[in-house]
Write a protein that binds this ligand. Sequence first.
Ligand SMILES: [Zn+2]
Length: 380
Amino acid sequence: MATRGWNPADSEAEEEDEDETSSPSPSALSSPPSRLRYFDRDRHVAFLEMMYNLIPQYYQSQEINRLTLAFFTISGLHLLQALDRVDKDRVANWVLSFQAHPRSEAELKNGQFYGFHGSRTSQFPPDENGVSAYNAGHLASTYCALAILKTVGYNLLTIDKESILISMRNLQQPDGSFMPLHVGAETDLRFVYCAAAVCFMLEDWSGMDREKAKEFILNCQSYDGGFGLTPGSESHGGGTYCAVASLQLMGYIEDDLLSKNTSSSIINVPLLLDWSMQRQATDGGFQGRANKSSDTCYAFWIGAVLRILGGYKFIDKIALRSFLLTCQSEFGGFSKYPEMLPDIYHSYYGYTAFSLLEEPGLNPLCAELGMTDIAALGII
Ligand SMILES: [Zn+2]
């Protein structure tokens, strides 16, 4: 089954199960080694422009994640200071067309989620009785939709946020976690993060019980300092990002904890710092878990955690830059591992990683929202 929407653990699933894909993955084919030893901004802009105009056939199986692919493309162009390549009004209207709207007050309380659909194929019409039995509004798609709208400068105060927030409470579980859609889905930290980011962007926390969500997050911190996606599971780069960024967005931890009184923090910061620092491998890249290969995307997932904690200054930036350049494609974009063909997911997280490294020509990153600072602040 195709993965639904943006989420960090999707990349991990992909790593665990590489033979599962039915169509060739863009990163599964080898390409000649790139000799470029610098960040080739112009090629990256060309790569994203190509994605903006026509998504290659390799992404067919990701059709249901259309908004996620659009987020990587549009926010990527913004990171590269090339948002002028995008028709902002057209993009905003296209994104808004994916919002699910209840037809009445009663329907809003029927337990379904009235967020955004990931693509046209999940926008099912109501049945003959007018019941939207297959409404598939999804939390990850909703995060991506709002992030794109902020990136193109659309005023989120004008959208129907009540429907999103009131119905989002139906997705929160008794243990504080979130399901991404109203029926038949897993619950874990990825969707707690999406819910927190949605509330933060809409500037309204009525969509969740923050205390319950906090409890769930704290239960996910493992003995080694990292966070698993669910309580008791192995520490994981994506889970750790979701935990730390959510706590930051919810206002439970301050920026740059390491420069302040960390003993007053609700999480074990020294142990978390230790676990995060140990993820930088001898090749300079970051791994998602112990004993795994370095992978471009974890330069963001772990790097952003370190940025939020105030520990980014402790990493070996020269070695990381050097590793990332081995994953830079001569066609533009980044691959997951060195010297492979690029994909849009790892390209986006390559750009965010270079933004964290303060590469000239890139916009600064808002680590906790995973988009540019300017978009996060709403000053486009
Ligand atoms: Zn990855």
